[in-house]
Design a protein around this ligand. Structure first.
Ligand code: CA
Ligand code: CA
Length: 208
């Protein structure tokens, strides 16, 4: 029963937030220059994580199919590449908008943190999530995503840029608890109607 709708994860999030935290405050704190993916950065792909083509599991017409995730040296920057056309999650709810979760197990311990959303669609991943990025809450004005910790509190923001078939984001280590950059990652993405593809879990180790 992989093809369950986002409604499952929405229910999980609503229940979780209602029971753990009612004081999430939307602060525009990480939308400054340090959060931007600047052209001054010389990017070098450190590792490419491939995902199978044609492995989507939704039932609607638009099926976002993840082909690969490229992670760049220097800091936790990643580019997720799709087979077809995507568009940012806002404004409006266009049929090819990309939404979903990028989930980070920053202590690389499956026994700590939250159960990842991807586990409800793809089976046990072994991840225990400390930080979660939600494309559902993309802010088109500042081109950022909020990052939530495992208590449902806002940890900060991450800048994101879209192309026709990819998006790139940079995760400052200060936003994820000043982590050392060694992170296990799971990604589940899709349309507003349903999740359509999963990539991971995979491990990121920064190159020295
Ligand atoms: Ca795929
Ligand atoms: Ca963990």
């Amino acid at each position: 029963m992989r093809a369950q709708r986002w409604i499952l994860s929405f229910i999980i999030i609503v229940v979780f937030v209602a029971t753990t935290s009612c004081n999430i405050i939307y602060e525009e704190e990480a939308a400054g220059p340090d959060a931007n993916i600047g052209s001054e950065n010389v990017l070098q792909v450190a590792e490419v994580f491939k995902d199978a083509e044609g492995d989507t599991f939704g039932i609607d017409l638009v099926q976002h199919d993840i082909l690969s995730v490229e992670i760049t040296t220097g800091s936790l920057m990643m580019t997720v590449i799709f087979k077809g056309i995507i568009s940012p999650p806002s404004p409006g709810m266009s049929s090819d908008a990309i939404v979903g979760y990028i989930e980070l197990d920053t202590d690389q311990n499956g026994m700590t943190g939250m159960t990842p959303i991807m586990d409800f669609y793809g089976g046990p991943s072994g991840l225990g999530i400390e930080f979660s990025l939600r494309l559902f809450e993309y802010d088109a004005s500042f081109r950022v995503l909020p990052v939530y910790d495992d208590s449902g509190n806002l940890a900060g923001y991450v800048s994101i840029e879209f192309t026709e078939n990819s998006f790139s984001l940079k995760i400052p280590l200060s936003v994820i608890g000043n982590d050392d950059g060694n992170v296990d990652i799971g990604i589940i993405l899709g349309t507003w109607l349903e999740p359509t593809d999963i990539v991971g879990p995979f491990t990121y180790k920064p190159m020295g």
